[in-house]
Ligand binder design. Structure first.
Ligand code: G3H
Length: 482
């Protein structure tokens, strides 16, 4: 979708495969082909977005708030008619379970309605005058410029839209490149985008990052880089911008969220939350629990029951309701996870669940590893997949010190009952991460709450409320009292 037109594509294409096999003998299923765009198309979208913004004088950035809202309402109304198709593609393209795929679609629709509501409130508060030292001011929020938006494969709709929708509604033209896995599911929405927004306000391109995103960055047209993914790509893209001082960043990056299980924790609750926290969508969530710290006095009991609960999880196809573990969309992931397991076992950890590490062609069954230590890759790397490291602690200061030394700082889960122990811990934890989850696993939602991280985990804040601010600038009209 470039400059308001769905381009007829005659150029190079690339094939999109599902990891789900349609034959008994495993063979990835070909789902479709997508355009493989490069420098020529980059130049076209750059011009389209640049003209749509036109130094803030374009149709989209100057449009009245009520009209921009109408465009967004029109879009979401049309989007809702694509639910069945998009949900099906979420299952086939990224192996997300039926329930989670439906949730992702519905959550995205809710996100758009909530954004519209917050945008209306923001606009009402904009209309107020303030006064200080004889100067009257009417403060507004307005667009910044062109946004390049790159979403992740694990939430190709919901997380991507938590960047794209606020960026767009604030009047910024957006260039959006979907992730390599989770690209076809955007196709059912193209027509809705095309007919709901003025030309150039939203441009959608397909292709590899280095072929299409790099030349867009090099053009210097991008004012905001909005990306959810890995730091390496974010840094590489920033480095290509000719004027980095001008570039704003909204980034959701890696995390290594710990769970701390105190001696008096309700073990049934801690185990069921840690199962969801570590392994929902096979651990492919930035908010997943990626290391468990268990107090040494309860470690034996916890490890036994947690391992049994992991082994009870069923692997299969996403549409089967009894299934919790599904094929991995990244072909290289099983070998990567095996590498982490081999490294940890060579350095003294053991796989403590019976099924841990069992392979199928496109999957590796979650391995629970104990005891994990700081010599191991598994302690340092964000596994983003089905492997669970467990460590023990004697003194609570040990996990706190590890968190303080970590490069990441998104969330933590704390399991315990005694409020006099927990209260002072919360004060320490909120200065190490941005969200402390009491007796529950880590998660992003509800989307009205701030979603961010410290250190290398994030730049800027996403939530319905915060994102509108991240993608806009405050300006004001001033007059003196004379
Ligand atoms: O990949 C990171 C996502 O933001 C996780 O979102 O906690 O809703 O699964 P979630």
């Amino acid at each position: 979708l470039v400059d308001g037109e769905l381009k007829k594509w005659t150029g190079k294409t690339t094939e999109v495969y599902s990891t789900i096999s349609s034959t008994e003998k495993y063979a990835p299923t070909l789902l479709g082909t997508i355009p493989f765009m490069g420098e020529e198309e980059a130049a076209e979208v750059v011009n389209s977005a640049k003209n749509a913004f036109n130094h803030g004088q374009g149709l989209w950035p100057t449009m009245k708030v009520a009209d921009r809202i109408k465009c967004m309402e029109n879009f979401v109304t049309q989007m809702k008619t694509t639910r069945q198709e998009v949900v099906k593609l979420l299952m086939w393209e990224i192996g997300k379970s039926l329930g989670d795929s439906e949730k992702e679609f519905d959550r995205t629709v809710d996100y758009i309605y909530d954004t519209i509501e917050h945008y209306k409130q923001l606009d009402r508060s904009n209309a107020r005058f303030t006064k200080s030292q004889g100067v009257n001011a009417m403060i507004r929020r307005g667009p910044i410029g062109v946004v390049l938006c790159l979403g992740p494969y694990n939430y190709p709709l919901n997380e991507t839209f938590s960047l794209l929708i606020p960026a767009l509604i604030m009047g910024n033209p957006v260039i959006f490149k979907p992730a390599k896995n989770g690209v076809l599911l955007i196709s059912p929405l193209l027509e809705a985008f095309k007919t709901s927004f003025p030309k150039g306000a939203i441009n959608i391109v397909y292709g590899r990052g280095r072929e299409i995103a790099s030349p867009i960055m090099k053009s210097g047209v991008v004012d905001i880089l909005a990306l959810i993914g890995n730091s390496k790509s974010a840094i590489a893209l920033q480095d290509q911008h000719p004027n980095k001082n001008r570039l704003r960043l909204v980034l959701g990056l890696e995390a290594k969220n710990p769970a701390i299980i105190l001696p008096d924790a309700d073990l049934d609750l801690a185990i069921s939350e840690c199962i969801t926290g570590t392994l929902s969508f096979n651990g492919q969530r930035c908010t997943a629990l990626k290391v468990l710290y268990v107090h040494e006095s309860i470690a034996e009991e916890f490890n036994k029951r947690f391992s049994q609960a992991v082994d009870a999880l069923v692997f299969g196809n996403p549409w089967d309701k009894s299934v919790a573990l599904t094929p991995l969309p990244e072909a290289e992931k099983p070998a990567y996870i095996q590498g982490l397991i081999d490294d940890a076992t060579a350095k003294g950890a053991k796989i403590i669940n019976q099924k841990g590490g069992q392979h199928s062609e496109n999957y590796i069954f979650p391995a629970v590893l104990f005891p994990v230590n700081k010599e191991m890759r598994l302690y340092h790397e964000e596994q983003f997949g089905p492997v669970v490291p467990i460590m023990t602690f004697k003194d609570i200061q040990e996990p706190l010190n590890d968190m303080a030394e970590s490069n990441y700082g998104q969330q933590v889960s704390l399991f315990g009952k005694n409020i006099t122990t927990i209260a002072p811990l919360i004060d320490a934890l909120v200065n190490l991460v941005c969200r402390v989850n009491l007796n529950s696993s880590c998660q992003r939602g509800p989307d009205v709450y701030p979603f961010t991280g410290r250190k290398d985990s994030a730049v800027g804040t996403l939530s319905v409320f915060d994102a509108l601010r991240s993608f806009s600038i405050r300006t004001f009209v001033a007059s003196k009292d004379n």
